[in-house]
Design a protein around this ligand. Structure first.
Ligand code: HEC
Ligand code: HEC
Ligand code: HEC
Ligand code: HEC
Ligand code: HEC
Length: 188
C-alpha cells in the first residue's frame, strides 16, 4: 500500500464483533471510558477526515483491538488502513446512538453501497528515502507498542501526530536499545 488518495486498504474479513474477547485484547484498558460528545470538531488536532471516524469511540470506549483494523502491522511494512468492508461488517447492523453518529455512519454505508471508499488523509508520512518496517518494530517492541510511537490513540477523537518522526527520534531509540544506526539501515 502506498500513499493515501483513495487507498482501499487490505481489509479484514467480516468478523463477528462479539467474538472479540475483551481480555485477549492487547494494549487496551480493562475498563472502557465513555467517549465524550464532541460538538466542535474544528478544534480537534490532526487532519480532518472524510468521515469523522473516532478512535476514542472504537479503540477506546468499544475496545476494538488496533490489529482488528490495522491487521498487517505485524506482518508487513505498513499497518494498513481497513477496507470499508471491515467497517460495514459492524455498521450493517450498528446505525449509531446519536444523530451525529447516525449521520457519519450513513456515510460509511453509502461508501459501501456506492463502492467509493473514503479517501482518508494520511497523518504520518516519512520522506520516500526512509525505510520503516512496522513488523520488525512490533515484533521486538510488542503489539502494545503502537502507543510508544503514536501516543494514546485510544483517547483521540481524530488522529494526530505525536512523535516528531525526525531522524533524531529514530536514532535515539535505536541508541537506547542497542539497535544499529548505520545510515543504510534506514536510507536506501
Ligand atoms: C475500527 C477500525 C480501527 C481500529 C480499531 C483502530 N483504527 Fe487506527 N485507523 C482506522 C482508520 C479508518 C484510519 C484512517 C482514518 C484516520 O486517520 O482516522 C486509522 C488511522 C490510524 C492512524 C493514522 C494513520 C496515518 O494516516 O498516519 C494511526 C496511527 C492509527 N490508526 C493507530 C491505531 C491504534 C494505535 C489503534 C489501537 C489503539 C487503532 N488505530 C485502532 C481504523 C481503526
Ligand atoms: C467491531 C465493530 C466496528 C467496526 C469494525 C467499526 N465500527 Fe464504527 N462503530 C462501532 C460502534 C459500536 C460504534 C458506536 C455506535 C453508537 O453507539 O453510536 C461505532 C461508531 C461509529 C461512528 C460514529 C462515531 C464516530 O466514530 O464518529 C462512525 C462514523 C463509525 N463508527 C465509522 C466506522 C468506520 C469508518 C469503520 C471502518 C474503518 C468502522 N466504524 C468500523 C463499531 C464498529
Ligand atoms: C517504532 C515506532 C512505531 C511503532 C511501534 C508503531 N508505529 Fe505506526 N508508524 C510509525 C511511523 C514512523 C509511521 C510513518 C511510516 C511511513 O510514513 O512510512 C507510522 C505509520 C502508521 C500508520 C499509517 C500507515 C499507512 O499505511 O497509512 C498506521 C495506520 C500505523 N502507523 C499504525 C500503527 C499501529 C496500529 C501500531 C501498533 C500495532 C504501530 N503503528 C506501531 C511508527 C510506529
Ligand atoms: C521506540 C524505539 C524505536 C523507534 C522510535 C524507532 N525504532 Fe527502528 N528499531 C527499533 C528496534 C528495537 C529495532 C530492532 C528490530 C529487530 O531487532 O528486528 C529497530 C529496527 C529498525 C530497522 C531494521 C529492521 C530490519 O529489517 O532489520 C529499521 C530500518 C528501522 N528500525 C528504522 C527506523 C526508523 C526509520 C525510525 C524512525 C522513523 C525508527 N526505526 C524508530 C526501535 C525503534
Ligand atoms: C534509525 C533510522 C535512521 C538512521 C540510522 C539514519 N537516518 Fe537519516 N533520516 C532518518 C529519517 C526518519 C529522516 C527524515 C526525517 C528528518 O529529516 O529528520 C532522515 C533524514 C536524513 C537526511 C535528510 C535531512 C534533511 O534535512 O532533509 C539526511 C541527509 C540523512 N538522514 C543522512 C543520514 C546519514 C548520513 C546517516 C548515517 C550517519 C543517517 N541518516 C542515519 C532516519 C535515519
Amino acid at each position: 500500500m502506498t500513499k493515501r488518495g483513495g487507498r482501499v486498504g487490505v481489509g479484514v474479513a467480516v468478523a463477528v464483533w462479539i467474538a472479540v474477547p475483551a481480555a485477549a485484547q492487547t494494549g487496551q484498558p480493562a475498563a472502557s471510558a465513555k467517549a465524550p460528545v464532541i460538538s466542535d470538531t474544528g478544534r480537534l488536532k490532526g487532519p480532518r477526515q472524510p468521515i469523522f471516524f473516532r478512535h476514542d469511540v472504537h479503540a477506546g470506549q468499544d475496545q476494538v483491538p488496533c490489529l482488528y483494523c490495522h491487521s498487517t502491522a505485524t506482518a508487513s511494512s505498513e499497518p494498513g488502513i481497513p477496507a470499508v468492508q471491515t467497517c460495514f461488517g459492524c455498521h450493517q447492523m450498528i446505525g449509531g446512538s446519536t444523530p451525529s453518529h447516525q449521520a457519519e455512519i450513513k456515510k460509511v454505508r453509502e461508501a459501501w453501497v456506492n463502492k467509493q471508499p473514503p479517501r482518508w488523509v494520511r497523518v504520518h508520512a516519512l520522506p520516500g528515502f526512509v525505510r520503516f518496517p512496522h513488523m520488525r518494530h512490533i515484533k521486538v517492541l510488542g503489539p502494545e507498542s503502537c502507543i510508544t510511537c503514536h501516543g494514546d490513540v485510544r483517547a483521540m477523537p481524530q488522529v494526530y501526530q505525536v512523535a516528531t518522526l525526525k531522524m533524531g527520534w529514530c536514532v535515539n531509540c535505536h541508541l537506547q536499545r542497542n539497535v544499529s544506526r548505520d545510515c543504510t539501515l534506514c536510507h536506501y
